[in-house]
Design a protein around this ligand. Structure first.
Ligand code: PHE
Length: 446
């Protein structure tokens, strides 16, 4: 079946699109990573750098991807082929490859979040001693079977939703889950801020220590911006390709960026004050959600309910992001190879599940199987997040700023709806600022 623009699915409404795209952006990156990276980099100073990057490079590339997607009505590979062809098509392949590398390890962590929701309910995590919880987590993640089973369940859920297509699958799911996510998050923020001793965490979160700012921190902030907004690999190209020509891209893209940023900031507000209130260490790193927080919940009145809510929040965030990662691959297979959605979703889901198996085992039996000092999990993460996403971001920005300009400008907003200086600002961002900033950080980081 060779699909044309007409037979492709479309979002049912503008709100449906915003919820689906925000669901894609808001993920483990916001709720699991953002609080611990902020904790490791000294709090407020990191947040300021993060915000500065979101509202320049981040929003520039976000709008660039949406414009490319809607202009072409294609998956990332098809989009570059249709709009320009030649070597530019490689950018699309980068994107599909990145999705193929990210979803496997993302799904492993997604599996952990389901497991921890269940474990909180059974009381298995009602332990106040972080050392014991660290041992529980290490034993769980390193097991050769249990986390892989949860990873399989997470992947199966993702495939099931994507099978339903754009409107009836992804949009309908996100319409329910994204508002639920916001409600749970707000409840957790209120709980954290009303704990005795929360002020110390709030002070850490809100008082910038500028001495912490350095290349390493700026690099970490930029990777976080790309991962969190889901940029550089064509997820937003793909979602944008299901938009009709009448929607105002500029405002939709700004909404998605604002929602993603707000959720990251709120997640920090839900996590860090609680960690401080119980005298724990905020710089714990990746174990913050799975080791430190269970200890916090175990000491908190009503902690079991809040613990369950927190892990459910992670499950929802992870699932709505995983949908977009899988959809990038599925859209490519459907558009370019004429494969049926069903076959594409199940087949690629199965392959990505298989790639995830050694990623999961790298916390146990394969912990010593390393390449360049990184485990399978570490390598998938590093290649995709630190290399492919920023490189993709540079090329996408250059493409809009130089190759498809000025058509991209009329795509962004119907003429007259946006002041011309904003359109000019966007062009500068795409053509010069984003490539220079990302390129500089990429080179420094290597
Ligand atoms: N943005 C998601 C998160 O913050 C992850 C993601 C990356 C989703 C790339 C889509 C594309 O967890």
């Amino acid at each position: 079946m060779q699909s044309t623009g007409d037979t492709r699915g479309h979002w049912g409404s503008r709100l449906g699109f915003i919820l689906a795209a925000a669901g894609s952006a808001v993920g483990l990156g916001n709720i699991w990573k953002f609080p611990y990276i902020t904790g490791q980099h000294g709090g407020a100073a990191f947040i300021l750098i993060y915000l500065a990057l979101v509202f320049t490079v981040g929003i520039g590339v976000m709008l660039a991807e949406l414009a490319i997607g809607r202009m072409s009505q294609r998956n990332p590979v098809g989009a570059f082929a249709r709009l320009k062809g030649g070597w530019w098509v490689a950018v699309g392949y980068f994107g599909v490859a990145a999705a193929f590398l990210i979803l496997p390890f993302y799904s492993v962590v997604g599996g952990w979040t389901i497991a921890y929701t269940v474990k909180t309910l059974t009381g298995a995590l009602s332990v106040t001693d972080p050392t014991a919880l660290a041992a529980t987590f290490t034993a769980f993640a390193g097991d050769a079977l249990e986390p892989i089973a949860w990873h399989g369940i997470f992947m199966a859920l993702t495939v099931t939703v994507v099978l339903g297509g754009i409107g009836a699958g992804i949009e309908r799911t996100c319409r329910i889950l994204f508002p639920a996510l916001l409600l749970i998050l707000l409840a957790l923020v209120v709980r954290a801020l009303t704990l005795p001793g929360a002020e110390k965490g709030l002070a850490f979160y809100l008082t910038p220590d500028f001495s912490q700012i350095g290349t390493e921190m700026v690099g970490a902030a930029l990777s976080q911006v790309f991962f969190s907004l889901g940029l550089g690999m064509g997820a937003m190209i793909t979602y944008g390709s299901y938009l009709g020509t009448r929607d105002n891209l500029a405002s939709a893209g700004c909404w998605v960026t604002l929602l993603d940023t707000a959720v990251a900031l709120l997640a920090g507000l839900a996590v860090l004050p609680a960690v401080f209130a119980f005298g724990m260490n905020p710089g714990e790193g990746p174990g913050l959600s799975f080791i430190t927080l269970p200890a916090v919940f175990a000491r908190m009145p009503g902690g079991m309910v809040f613990g369950m809510m927190f892990f459910l929040l992670l499950v929802i965030a992870a699932l709505t992001s995983a949908l977009s990662l899988l959809e990038v691959v599925v859209a490519y297979l459907v558009d370019e190879w004429g494969i049926k959605r069903r076959t594409a979703a199940i087949g690629s889901g199965a392959i990505m599940f298989a790639i995830g198996v050694p990623a999961s085992l790298s916390f146990g039996p394969l912990a010593n199987a390393t390449l360049f000092g990184k485990t399978v999990f570490g390598l998938l993460d590093y290649i995709s997040v630190n290399l492919l996403l920023p490189t993709g971001g540079i090329l996408i920005a250059l493409f809009v700023g130089w190759v498809v300009w000025p058509r991209a400008a009329t795509e962004l907003t119907p003429p007259g709806r946006l002041q011309p200086r904003w359109v000019t600002a966007w062009r500068w961002l795409c053509a010069v600022v984003a490539p220079v900033v990302i390129g500089w950080i990429l080179v420094k980081g290597l």
